[in-house]
Design a protein around this ligand. Sequence first.
Ligand code: TXA
Ligand code: MG
Length: 312
Amino acid sequence: MRDVNLEQAARTLREGGLVAFPTETVYGLGARADDAQALDRVFVAKGRPRTHPLIVHLESGAELEAWVREIPPAARRLADVLWPGPLTLVLWRRAGVLDAVTGGRDTVAVRVPRHPLALALLRATGVAIAAPSANKFGHVSPTSAAHVRAEGFDDSVALLDGGECEVRLESTIVDVTSGVPTLLRPGGIDVETIEEVLGAKLADGRGGEARAPGMLAAHYAPRARVVAVRDLDEARARIAESSGKIAFVGSAPVSGATFVSAGEGAARARTLYATLRALDADAHDEVIIELPEERGIGLAVADRIRRAAAKP
Ligand code: TXA
Ligand code: MG
């Protein structure tokens, strides 16, 4: 990886290169969204299957028309109120949006990030940036420039260092192609906030693999084995039957494991990925994590813990 400044990053993108850049959620591995060759490099660099579609990052909601063929009222309302921010909308793609972006589907995922450096990069580049998270396929998303460096991308990939991200968990993805807005991935904006803006409940589209390509059950995983538990009793029972170097990420210490305080609410979301990486760096064999209550940001935190735990 090579470090670049904003101007170099924008030039690299315009010329079809790859730039890892900060957003308020996690770092993205960006390529210009209108260049099939540049997009191809993203899949190669990540080792990501080409059927997994990418999120198109826009400088503002005003650019939406160029990417989608229809903006239903619910989509308009969410974009007006929650952009820029950690919300991705899935809409019908406009003709001409590349298959490399959409994985060949008739829909496209778009969002306007709120990180100042991401917005400055979009402005300086002058084209939309397609970007998955800047990690190797299946791994934990990077929430700092140091995490991106640790992924081991080669020197063809440029890095725009913006320090640590704010939310440190990916965006919430909502499908607004039908009359019923549907949650595909919980994330940085909680469901309650989205429902309040809509004045209606979100349908639950999770688990529908056909609707959310690339949302594999096993994902966002560290090297260590991850085990999700409901409470301290379950953690103790697990530790009793485990071997090796064990960590427990939860509400209180339990004997037999390195303790890491999980924290609460947004703070818990902010520490999850960095904790998993730190425990990997410290050569833990198993990480036992207490699930949070599944409301607010806790829904997204629990989702990521379960996916990390689903790694075979
Ligand atoms: O916060 C985020 O969303 C970060 C930052 C960089 O913006 N990006 C991110 O990208 O998490 P990625 O590639 O790791 O996850 C994008 C997910 C895919 O797994 C896929 O499920 C969903 O977005 N997606 C993209 N296009 C879609 C589409 N047309 N229909 C349904 N889901 C789509
Ligand atoms: Mg990802």
